[in-house]
Structures are given as C-alpha cells and as structure tokens.
Design a protein. Structure first.
Length: 624
C-alpha cells in the first residue's frame, strides 16, 4: 500500500479519536421542524402555514456536507435526481425533478434567475457554483411560474449566498483534500481539493464581503476506458458584495461574481478517448435594494450576466450569451392574516448565431396569501407572460391548505393546482440548425395533494401525490429538420414521502422516498424509485457523525453511439456515505472527514461514463 493510503488512515484514526472526546461547547444544531419558509410565497411564513412541502437546507446542514459540491447536496432531496452528481467532477449535470427535464427546473441565486442563454437548452451550469459561498437552499417542487416565471415547471432551487458578518471584520477559511478514484482503481492518491476564503464585516451602516474559492480534481477519465486516462477539472470563483443602509428603512447592496471552469472530456459518440476541453467563464453583476416601512416593503433585484464558453473538440465551437434580469415587487402585510405581492419582472436573453439574436419577456404578476385563525391557508396568484416572439401567455396557481392544531403538534392537509410555462430557447427560435421562430411556449399543469404531521419540532412526516402534464413541448423533427411543438402530451405522476425525527438531543434521523412514473416518451435517467436516509449522532457538544444511505432505482438510458440510438436498462444501486466532524476550538476551528461510497460499490449512472468508487475527503473550517 502506498504512503497516501497510510495518510488517509491516519486522518481517519485522528478524527475518530477526537469524536470520542467529550468537550463542552455549543450543542450540535439539528433542523427544527417549525422552520420559516420563504420560497413558495416570498413571505417569511411558518411551515405550518405553507401549502407546500418546501425543502430547506440550512447553514448548519450545509456545514455537514463540507467536501461535497452543490449537486451532491441537492441530489439527496426528495423528488430530485441530478444525473452526473456521482460521476467525475467535470460531468455535465442534468437536473430532473418530478420526472421532468433540466429546462423545467429554475435556478435562482439571491433572488435572481440564472441561466446561460447561449447553451442549447438554456440551463444554469451548477458546476459554476461553489458550495462554500452558499448560506442556505430552499427547493419548491411543482409549477411555480406565477412567482418565478419561465422554466419554473417542476422545481425552483432558490439559493442564498453568505452575507456579511455583523462584526467589523471576520474571516472564514475552508479547505479540504482527498481522493478521486473509481471502484476498480483504489489508489488513494490525493487528487481532489477544495478551498475557499471569505472576509466580511459591518462598519456602522456599511457592510462588505469578498470571497475566493477554487476546486480541482484529476485522476479519472470521463468515460470508461481500459487505460483510465486523466480528464482534470478546475473551477475558480471570485465574489464581492458591498452594502449600505442609507436609513433604517432603505438598504442597498451591489455585487459581482466571476467564475471560470476548465474541464477535459472524451468523445461521447462511440465512447472513445479524446483530448477535448470545455472552457467557460461567467461574469455577473447585480443590485439589490429594499425599502421596508413596517407592514410593507418594496424590493428590487437586477442583474446582468455574461457567458463565454468554448468547446475544443473535433468540431470546435464558441458560445457567447448575455442575460438581463429586473424584478421589482411590492409586499404588504395587512394584518398578519392577509399578505399580498404585486410585481413586474423583465428579462432579456441574447446570443450570437450568424447574427445577434434576442428575445425579451415582460411579466406583471400578483400573489396573495391568507392565513386564518381557524387553520385555513390560501396561496393564490397569476402572471401575464408577454414575450416578444410568441405574444402573451397566462399562468396561475391556487394552493389551499388546512392546518389542524393540537397540543404541541399539527396536521396539515395540502392541495394545489398550478400552471407554468417554458419559453423556447434562442437556439430553438433562431439557431443555425432547424430554427423555428413560430414556436409556442411549453405548458405544464401540476396537481398535487397530501398530508403533513409535525410534533414540537421533534418529528415530522409528510406524504404527497403529484400529477403533471406537459403540452406543446419542443422537439427536433428529423423528418423536416426543424424544431416543432409536439401534439402529444407527456404525463408524469408520483409520490413523495419525507420523514424527519429528532429522537433525542443527540440523535436525529431523516429519510425520503420518491416514486416517479413518466409516460409519453422514453424518460431516460429518471429512476422510478429513489430513497435517501440519514442518521446523525452528536457524541458530544462538539463531535458529530452521520451515516447516509441512498438507493437509486432502475431506469433506462440511451446508447447514442449507435444509429439508430437504442434504449438500455440500468440496474439500481445503493451507496453509503460517512461523515465525521469535531469542533477543536469553540466556534473557531472544525475538522471533518467525509467518506463516500464506503463499501466501494460498482454501478452505472450514465451509460458508458465513469462513476466514483470509495473516496475520502479531510478538511477544516476556520472562523476568525
């Protein structure tokens, strides 16, 4: 065995010995089930008054995922499957929610829609986002175009980045190193790293935050090959945010981000080694302003993003795109029972084909929330979508729920009917191959209903059925060599069950199960059954351990290396991960160890592409 293996073993033994210590300090925090949720209404409402089973990943939970990237974290949630999250770091990820496709999931960062208009499907590349910069994540599943506009058809992933410290100056440093190896090549070489540093503070009315992060991985081929040649990946990200409180009511902040990704990949057609490379640079600047006058507030979010990408392949291509977003809305709380939002959302996407092409969307929208004294809650609204190419489109949602309160617990009955839309991409409207400027938007309709029971923040269980229909979805017609709106309907249905139990002050258990069935097409890479379970235990106030189990059920994938392509079945697989942490210095220094796929299971995630075996990451989180 090589020296790297002994080093990993030594780190594991050191972490285990630290966990055995019983040191006084802050207690390990666990998720509270009476949490406040925001995303489904844009108001801070108690979970019992929300008509959705919103998933919230808190800052405390994100700390326990240190060493994992964003896709690995989100993939553990119910109703979500991120294809590529278990593959080499540079893999292209497809976010599938409730049997949908990547374009049907909207990514929001600090209140602003993000996506790459130059990409074929206009999706946001989650490889661009550093987990170290994230404060919290909220996920709403189902149609949510009323509040969030285009692409919010199957889920909205609302990401909030870290804000400035309340102290005059504060420094946070995170660093981790580990292995990056396949199931059949357990060499234990240190070939993966993640580092970040954030300095922030508040000086009277002024606050600031600046951060730098990088990720690097090597040692794995993107496709399965006999020689396992290396396809490295790197990500470098820089963030800056400045804020000023002009008065007690008016706060304004400006921010900027630059992220660069460099990943090597192979030829997917025929699955052969190739010296291909993908280079991408994202730059984003934005402004956020809030005027709060007690019962109401006026919020404005605006951002400009540019994307510059290059594919170095046998047929090299470059992509450039720009995205403009402005969202202005007024919130008003009449009497702690009736809440309203009226807003105007503007966005513009542009990119270059043979000439510069652009479309604009201007959407007025309104939403109301009613919270009664006797348990009835209603969330309802509508949006008038105005597009420069296809005209107007109206979407709406009606989300009633009823909460029956008992001593220290409640039962909530939920139901929802909502519509959403997905605008055709610039490639589909104006691209160089098969463009069709007469395309209509894709329409989605979602019905859902379920129950939730929660008890004193110690126990929560929920079960929900959903049924979703897709119409007018855009496809490429090989007969006419052009994009068209489909005449048939795709239907997806399923069940989501979630359980969270704080058994004691030290022991907590979380689990979820998702059943998904999609009809109308081949539904590749969408598992019919999926299970996630996590058992966490606090050995002391500073030492914590958790064991995570995930089951991904059987599904199909397409062999694109043949003509015509052939659908192939993929077997189900189970993975077990271990996480250990210890706070060495109270509120200052925490060390951790993360072991993924501890039983070194062999499995296939995407047909012909490499997956990870057992891998180990060790690292620390330092606050000064």
């Amino acid at each position: 065995m090589n020296k790297n293996f002994y080093g990993v073993c030594a780190a594991l033994l050191a972490s285990t010995s630290m966990i055995a210590q019983n040191v006084e300090g802050d207690s390990t925090k666990v998720r509270q089930l009476d949490e406040v949720v925001v995303s489904d209404s844009k108001f801070e409402l108690k979970r019992e008054n929300s008509g959705k089973t919103v998933i919230k990943i808190t800052a405390e939970e994100l700390e326990r995922y240190q060493g994992k990237n964003i896709t690995e974290i989100i993939n553990n949630q119910s109703g979500i499957e991120i294809s590529g999250s278990r593959s080499p770091e540079g893999s292209v990820f497809g976010v599938y929610a409730r049997g949908g496709r990547g374009r049907q999931v909207l990514i929001i960062i600090d209140g602003v829609r993000v996506l790459d208009p130059s990409s074929f499907s206009e999706v946001y590349d989650l490889r661009l986002l550093s987990a170290a910069s994230v404060e919290s994540i909220e996920i709403i599943k189902g149609a949510a175009s009323t509040l969030y506009g285009t692409n919010a058809a199957t889920a909205v992933i609302n990401i909030t980045t870290k804000k400035a410290s309340a102290k005059p100056i504060s420094l946070n440093v995170q660093s981790s190193v580990g292995t990056n190896q396949t199931q059949d090549d357990q060499n234990y070489n240190v070939s993966r790293s993640s580092n970040s540093a954030q300095i922030s503070g508040t000086l009277n009315k002024f606050n600031y935050s600046g951060s730098f992060s990088n990720r690097f991985a090597e040692g794995i081929s993107s496709i399965i090959t006999p020689n396992n040649e290396d396809d490295p990946f790197s990500n470098i990200s820089t963030d800056l945010r400045l804020g000023y409180a002009f008065t007690d009511k008016l706060n304004v902040s400006v921010y900027g981000n630059q992220t660069k990704v460099n990943t090597h990949f192979d030829e997917s057609f025929g699955l052969v080694d190739a010296p291909y490379q993908f280079l991408s640079k994202q730059e984003r600047v934005g402004l956020s302003a809030t005027y709060d006058y007690g019962k109401g507030s006026l919020q404005a979010n605006a951002a400009y993003s540019s994307y510059d990408s290059e594919n170095k392949t046998a047929f090299p291509t470059t992509f450039e795109g720009n995205n403009y977003v402005v969202d202005v809305y007024h919130k008003y709380n009449f009497n702690d029972k009736f809440y309203s939002i009226v807003g105007l959302n503007y966005l513009a996407d542009e990119t270059d084909f043979s000439a510069k092409q652009k479309f604009e969307i201007t959407d007025p929208y309104a939403n109301v929330v009613y919270v009664s004294d006797f348990g009835l809650n209603i969330n309802a609204g509508g949006r008038l979508n105005n597009h420069t190419e296809y005209g107007t489109n109206f979407v709406y949602n009606v989300n009633p729920s009823f909460t029956y309160k008992m001593d220290g617990s409640y039962v909530k009955f939920m139901t929802s009917y909502a519509t959403s839309y997905i605008t055709p991409s610039l490639t589909q409207l104006f691209g160089n191959f098969g463009a069709n400027p007469d395309l209509e938007p894709e329409d989605n309709r979602t019905i859902e209903g379920g129950l939730e029971f929660a008890n004193e923040g110690d126990f929560r269980v929920s079960g929900l059925y959903f049924n979703r229909k897709e119409e007018n979805f855009v496809f490429y017609d090989f007969v006419t060599s052009s994009y068209k709106n489909a005449l048939n309907t795709i239907e997806a249905q399923g069940v989501e069950v979630e359980l969270s139990w704080n058994a004691t002050d030290k022991l907590n258990f979380d689990a979820n199960y998702t059943f998904t069935e999609r009809k109308g097409d081949n539904a590749i890479r969408i598992p019919k059954h999926k299970v996630n379970a996590n058992l966490g235990y606090a050995f002391s106030d500073r030492a914590f351990a958790s064991l995570n189990y995930s089951l991904t059920g059987s599904r199909t994938d397409t062999d694109f290396g043949t003509f015509p392509s052939v659908d192939m079945p993929l077997d189900s697989f189970s993975l077990v991960d271990l996480y250990l942490s210890h706070e060495c210095i109270e509120n200052r220094l925490k060390v951790f160890l993360n072991v993924n796929n501890i039983f070194n299971e062999e499995y296939t995630e995407v047909l012909g592409f490499t997956t990870k075996g057992r891998n180990v990451m060790v690292g620390f989180n330092l606050n000064l």
